[in-house]
Write a protein that binds this ligand. Structure first.
Ligand code: SF4
Length: 149
């Protein structure tokens, strides 16, 4: 077993990126999923803000045009193997923001779903999703990371 695999057995690092929306999903991730009540750290999933250290990218929001390139960039900086979890209705289908029509009759500001921009391994529906569902969405992708050589 390689050194990276051994390290992964002891800790998976998740990074959160917000791409637009109301921040409700971010509150659930940071204030609930990482709280002692839901305690995702019991699965050794630690929070990081450094993409080079991350294994899982948690994406919230409807991907406004300002966030398309930052999202691609952060995804590219995460080393392989990696997994992406789209959290919330905004990330999955644009939610209420997709229906906000711009001046020319179409919404050209919103690029959701997230898998229009980067590959997505798990989706957690809800507005905002329940903390236990977010937790399960993240835990679900761990085998993909562990099975990698
Ligand atoms: S899915 Fe709902 S709670 Fe989450 S960012 Fe969008 S509007 Fe807010």
């Amino acid at each position: 077993m390689g050194l990276k695999a051994i390290a992964r057995k002891n800790a998976i690092h998740a990074m959160l990126i917000y791409t637009g929306g109301c921040n409700g999903c971010d509150i659930e991730v940071v204030n609930a999923v990482y709280s002692p009540r839901y305690d995702i750290e019991q699965y050794r999933v630690l929070l990081t803000w450094n993409p080079r250290e991350a294994d899982v990218l948690i994406v919230t929001g409807c991907v406004t045009w300002q966030m398309v390139e930052p999202l691609k960039k952060i995804y590219s900086l995460i080393p392989e193997p990696k997994a992406v979890v789209a959290v919330g209705a905004c990330a999955i289908n644009g939610n209420v923001y997709k229906n906000m029509v711009g001046e020319i009759g179409v919404n050209e500001e919103i690029f959701a779903p997230v898998d229009n921009i980067i590959p997505v391994d798990a989706k957690v529906p809800g507005c905002a999703p329940r903390p236990e569902d977010i937790l399960m969405g993240v835990v679900k992708v761990i085998p993909k990371l562990m099975e990698a050589p």
